[in-house]
Ligand binder design. Structure first.
Ligand code: THU
Length: 137
């Protein structure tokens, strides 16, 4: 089936294959779309010292921001051990990074099980009353 999110879902599932996760064995892939339609894929990258590990979502965001892009439309996320069995909601730290660059009222998070099985949620629903740049004004 082809859907609106077909491409980013495929790219998130593909990025998941690059996951470097020897410690948790939990492989995550993400694909972020900017307002111009450009796509940035990312995977989780773990580390023997644990805390330097980076989630797939942040890998995608940091790739885009480091290329000068700061306006985004949506992100697709797929995670699981050997296979993706369930939806993988973004961790709290990644939600906060999304809050930095995205409008919580409109930024869409696509939770992916398979190419045809996904759920769409808004950042405002995953991070209610989030603290962001506007709070500092
Ligand atoms: N992880 C992600 O990459 N994204 C998420 O949304 C949840 C968790 C990673 C972090 C760690 O490498 C592994 O999954 C297990 O927590």
């Amino acid at each position: 089936m082809d859907n609106n999110y077909s491409k980013i879902i495929k790219m998130a599932l593909e990025a998941r294959k690059n996951s470097y996760s020897p410690y948790s064995g939990f492989k995550v892939g993400a694909c972020l779309k900017d307002i111009y339609g450009n796509l940035y894929a990312g995977c989780n990258i773990e580390n023997a010292a644990y805390s330097p590990s980076n989630c797939a979502e942040r890998t995608a965001f940091f790739k885009a921001v480091s290329e000068g892009i700061k306006e985004f439309e949506c992100i697709a996320i797929a995670g699981g051990t050997a296979e993706v069995k369930d939806y993988c909601p973004p961790c709290g730290v990644c939600r906060q990074v999304m809050m930095e660059f995205c409008n919580p009222e409109t930024f869409k998070i696509i939770l992916v099980k398979t190419e045809d099985t996904y759920r769409e949620v808004l950042l405002k629903d995953l991070l209610p009353e989030g603290f962001g740049r506007l709070n500092l004004e």
